[in-house]
Design a protein around this ligand. Sequence first.
Ligand code: NDP
Ligand code: OXD
Length: 313
Amino acid sequence: MAILLCITQWDPVPWLERMRRLAPERDIRAWPDVGDPADITYAAVWKQPAGVLKDLPNLKGIVSLGAGVDHVFADPALPDVPIARVIDADLTSRMSEWVVMHALIHLRRQRLYDALQRERLWRDIRPAPAAGELRVGIMGMGVLGQDAAAKLRTIGFSVAGWSRTRRTVEGLETYGGDALDEFLARTDLLVALMPLTPDTRGILDLSLFRRLARDGVLGAPILMNAGRGGLQVEADILAALDEGTLGAATLDVFETEPLPQESPLWLHPKVTITPHNSAISDEDAVGRFVLSQIERHERGLPFETEVDRRARY
Ligand code: NDP
Ligand code: OXD
């Protein structure tokens, strides 16, 4: 009975040390040092190489080391065992910090004030709308979307949410999958917090941007994406910014990560970039969560955060 950490694109060494420290009684290994594949009963993964998990004959479950599981499903030879993902209060809270901070930066036009400061210019930009005049629309009303919505509402933003199935959230305007146009038409600041699935890939494209509200207080609608880079068509974001369909974009995730040096997004004056760290996690908390899910499963209970294999999130 061993746990295999199967990690690429992050340094696996600190994860191996962390998991061994958190569960010293356990046999924990890190790919590619699998040992006897028959020993492995659980895998904790971040972007596992395709085909590695299918060679573990006694695998009983897979736990994503992140909230998203698109990286798990990218493996065409994924074994048919339950898959869990991370839900962690610290991660959720940090994502909401990112959403609230960047929503306020747009509302208060902080990027313009940064530019004025560099020119030593003392200028008051008007109009200066109040939070309640900015209609924020959150695409993806799951764990992250709902927390961000609640925190934005506390500040006074006018918030609505869109999800596959319509959610009922007290005090919040909500829309279901078939009401996308209605949702977009009332949205000045679009926040994408959706998983990457076959249904959502490329959803943030020019045709969608053109359906956003055109009568907002900031002049042109704004895009913020912290879900996954695969949701967005970067060429369309650039085209939308250049034709004025979008007024600005704040992006934490990208089609290719790290964002290639030659990407025009880097130096675009209307683009703000963060390096896929909007929800930097407390890694010990994530490690403890992963171990708690494995312990549950060993006791014969289902994972608390098992994902739907058909929906892929
Ligand atoms: P949840 O599974 O809790 O919520 C996902 C939401 O997206 C649900 O409301 C769901 O609808 C909605 N959704 C899924 N597919 C569709 C669709 N086709 N059309 C409309 N709505 C859809 O996920 P979380 O909130 O925990 O996380 C969301 C994503 O955020 C993760 O999958 C991950 O990609 C990303 N993430 C990014 C991080 C970063 O650092 N940038 C950190 C952590 C997560 P319904 O309610 O009907 O199920
Ligand atoms: C996640 C992420 O999915 O960090 O948790 O992107």
